[in-house]
Every structure is written in structure tokens, then in C-alpha cells.
Write a protein that binds this ligand. Structure first.
Ligand code: SF4
Length: 455
């Protein structure tokens, strides 16, 4: 019998998906294709939590995403995926300098190259005339094309753009760029970074951090597809760079502008892919030439409730906005809507969210998708308000998300009157409440609609 931890031809999870956690088929990798070396292979569990040797002990990561928390059971679900090629944006400063040394180039070239990528958003070394001709060819190896354009779909008069990309292993991911007149409230949380070349406009990018998602929320198109794999930091950062290029070009409606907000609300559970997401966030927020210079206050990380990782995030020393996808205040319903609740129930998730506020001073966004006759009853609004108020005042606000209308489906949008009653009840308990304006519904680009299908 093959060893599931060492045999790349094996998919050990196929027959052992934990209760409620979705699993997509994984492309079988032939041994002959593994010319990238063993360090380009990653062990992940069924929600995408890394379980490489150096991570298991430190964070208990191999248990982190499992309803039963059993190490043995978790190991039985581990599988191997081949990682994407390493990109300049995956590397830290020391790695970049080491890369220069290996190529026989002086260390200062690392700074030059970073300026091309993070300041001028360029990826073709052949055009970099400040590098010697021979060096241009050498540094090509750091700029593999990570995202291949398949199609951009427009909605809302062109102010919403959903981009579908194919990755190196044929996996598909999507991200959504949304532009708003500046007077409009940010529908996706966080504070706008106010630097803009188009002062009347704000731009928000909703990025994906995994191909698919293993959490398996039954109302979510991404969750139905299951998890394919984690994205690398470079694959996340490239989504951002491409959005910046599109915004700077002036070709989009509302004119040229900067990227003000990045929200990790696309495909995947960001805290299940913690290391890559944090590398990406640092690159997004660091000033040029180490990063794109987006304000950390404009970055939102949305989680379905991975409690240990919420605590880790609080300790990162960054003023990020945390969004918690709660969707139900009672464990009975939340066990069904967000299967991860069986591992970390409502009270633990809210305690961790409150802890995040205490550590960072950043108000937490409680996300609540309104589903007709499922979770939109008045008594649940009262229950939610009591849970939040029991942990103090002013530390969280509730962001209600109208589910996308799917007539005839069990999972469809609430009635307007139920929505209004839910808001009124929360506000009567002094809970600040907002109702998100759904964007991109007609291109399946709204919340819970990203399924990365190409048709
Ligand atoms: S709602 Fe979020 S956590 Fe749940 S399946 Fe969809 S992408 Fe994953």
C-alpha cells in the first residue's frame, strides 16, 4: 500500500472527507512532472491548512480545520499538491539578495527589480533598460507568468469587473474589482486608503486566496466546488498588481485611480492559507519598493471562524480589519450554515473576535448573509445583539449581506420587510448595522457566487 504522505500519485483524502467539509477532486500529479523539486510540494488538509513538517508542531495546523480535532484523522486527510513556481513577490528581501548572489549580480539589483515590480508594476525584465542585457535574461526566472487571463466580465456599468484566471496547473480562480463614487460607503468593510489619482472614486479588489474552498458552506457557490488548493503568495499578489495596472490605465469607467481597499472575501478561507496570505498582505501594504503601499487599514481579512488563527492575526501588529462570517447566532443553525462551527462554536468565535478588537483597536465586522426563512427571523436578531453586547459595546458592527436571489432555491434572499425588521431589532439593541449593496450579481461576481467556471 502506498504511503499517503510520501506518494505523490496518491490522493489520500478522496474517501475520507470530514463531516460537512467539502472536497474537490485533486488533479493527480505524475512523478515525471515533478521537476520543480520536493520543496515545491505542499501537504494540505481538506480545508487547505498547511501541514508541512515545520508547521505541524508550531501551530497544531494539522488539526486546525477539523471538526473532530483528531491528529490521526487529520493526517489521514492530508494530500499533496504541487506548488506554483516561485515568483519575485513570494520572496523576502534576504531571498532576493541571495537570488542576486546566485546569479552573480550585485545586491543592489534586488532593489531595482523590486521597484520595477512594486512601483511600476512591470513584469517583463526584457524591457528593463537599467539592467545589463545579460542580467535581464537571468532575472526572467523570477517572473514566471502566474495568472493567465481567461476572461473579464463587466457589470454595474463597467464599474464591477470579474476576472477569471487560469493558474499553472489549470486551476481556475476569480477576483472582482469594484469602483465606487467616493461619497458611497465602503460595502466591503475596512477604511478607504484616501490616496487617489481620481479623487471622486474608490476602488476595492476582492481577492481569492484558495482555488475553491473546503469549508463547504451550503449556500456558497465556492464552497460547493470544494477545495482544489491553496494559492501561493505570488498568485494572490499578482491579482492585486493586475488590478492596479487596470486602475492606472484609465481604461475603466470612472477614470484612472489607485487601489484603495483589498478584501480577502473571494474564493477560499484566508486563515486556512495563513502563511501565504500574510506574505501577500505584507507585500500589499509595505511601502515601495518592498510592496504596493496600500494602507493596512484598507485591507480586510474575512474568516469563517478559525479561532487560533484569529489570535495569530491579532498578534501580527497590523491594523487590518477582521470580518467574521457568522451567518447565525446559534450553534444549531450555524453548524449547518458554516460547518467549521462544529470545531469552533459561536461563543469561541465571538470571544476571539472580541480579543482581536482588544489587541488591535480595530472594530470587527460581523458578516451575516440574510437567507429567507433560514436565519432572518427577528428572534435571531435579538439573540445576535445579546451575544455582541455581552462582550462589550462598540467593538463590532453587523454587516448584513442580502443573499443573491435564487427563486425556488432553499437558499434565497430575504424579504425586504424581514431585512428591515432584522436591522431595526439590531439597532434597538444599539448595534451598528449596515446593509451591503450587492455588486456584480448578473456576472456571478457577488458574495458567495464565485465558482471560477469557464463557459
Ligand atoms: S462562504 Fe466563505 S468559507 Fe464558506 S464555503 Fe464560501 S468561501 Fe468558503
Amino acid at each position: 500500500m502506498s504511503d499517503p504522505l510520501t506518494d505523490p500519485l496518491t490522493d489520500p483524502v478522496a474517501a475520507s472527507v470530514p463531516d460537512g467539509l467539502a472536497q474537490a477532486p485533486v488533479a493527480v500529479v505524475s512523478a515525471s512532472s515533478l521537476d520543480v523539486g520536493s520543496d515545491r510540494i505542499e501537504l494540505i488538509d481538506s480545508v487547505g491548512v498547511e501541514a508541512s513538517k515545520d508547521d505541524q508542531g508550531e501551530h497544531g495546523a494539522s488539526q486546525a480545520g477539523h471538526a473532530d480535532g483528531s491528529t490521526t484523522a487529520a493526517l489521514g486527510r492530508l494530500r499533496r499538491v504541487v506548488k506554483p513556481p516561485i515568483h519575485w513577490s513570494d520572496m523576502g528581501l534576504d531571498q532576493r539578495k541571495e537570488g542576486m548572489r546566485r546569479l552573480g549580480l550585485p545586491a543592489f539589483r534586488a532593489d531595482q527589480i523590486s521597484r520595477h515590480y512594486f512601483e511600476r508594476h512591470e513584469t517583463d525584465p526584457a524591457t528593463w533598460s537599467d539592467l545589463p542585457q545579460a542580467a535581464r535574461a537571468q532575472v526572467m526566472e523570477f517572473f514566471p507568468e502566474l495568472l493567465h487571463d481567461l476572461v473579464d466580465r463587466l457589470a454595474d456599468g463597467g464599474t464591477t469587473v470579474k476576472s477569471l484566471y487560469r493558474l499553472f496547473d489549470q486551476v481556475l480562480v476569480e477576483c472582482v474589482l469594484m469602483r465606487y463614487p467616493r461619497h458611497a460607503r465602503s460595502e466591503l468593510g475596512g477604511e478607504a486608503d484616501d490616496r487617489s489619482t481620481s479623487p471622486g472614486v474608490r476602488s476595492t479588489l476582492c481577492v481569492s486566496c484558495q482555488a475553491g474552498c473546503g469549508i463547504g458552506c451550503p449556500f456558497c457557490a465556492t464552497g460547493q466546488a470544494g477545495l482544489q488548493r491553496n494559492l501561493s503568495a505570488g498568485e494572490i499578489i499578482e491579482q492585486v498588481r493586475r488590478a492596479i495596472v487596470a486602475l492606472n490605465s484609465g481604461d475603466l469607467p470612472l477614470g484612472a485611480g489607485n487601489l484603495n481597499n483589498v478584501v480577502f472575501m473571494g474564493m477560499g478561507e484566508p486563515l486556512a492559507n495563513y502563511r501565504a496570505v500574510m506574505t501577500a498582505i505584507r507585500a500589499i501594504c509595505a511601502p515601495v519598493p518592498a510592496g504596493f503601499g496600500v494602507s493596512a487599514r484598507g485591507v480586510t481579512v474575512s474568516t469563517s471562524g478559525m479561532v487560533p488563527r484569529i489570535k495569530d492575526l491579532a498578534g501580527e501588529g497590523l491594523p487590518l480589519t477582521l470580518a467574521v462570517s457568522l451567518h447565525a447566532p446559534d450553534d444549531g443553525l450555524r453548524d449547518e450554515l458554516v460547518p467549521l462551527n462544529r470545531r469552533w462554536p459561536v461563543a469561541e468565535v465571538l470571544d476571539a473576535a472580541r480579543g482581536y478588537f482588544e489587541t488591535t483597536g480595530r472594530r470587527v465586522s460581523i458578516e451575516y448573509a440574510m437567507m429567507r426563512d433560514i436565519n432572518d427571523q427577528g428572534f435571531r436578531a435579538d439573540h445576535l445583539a445579546r451575544l455582541l453586547n455581552a462582550r462589550g459595546s462598540g467593538w463590532a458592527h453587523v454587516n448584513l449581506i442580502p443573499l443573491n436571489p435564487t427563486p425556488g432555491s432553499k437558499w434565497t434572499a430575504s424579504r425586504r420587510r424581514d431585512e428591515a425588521d432584522f436591522i431595526a431589532r439590531l439597532e434597538s439593541h444599539h448595534i451598528t448595522t449596515t446593509l451591503r449593496d450587492t455588486r456584480g450579481q448578473d456576472i456571478d461576481g457577488a458574495c458567495g457566487q464565485l465558482a471560477a467556471r469557464f463557459s
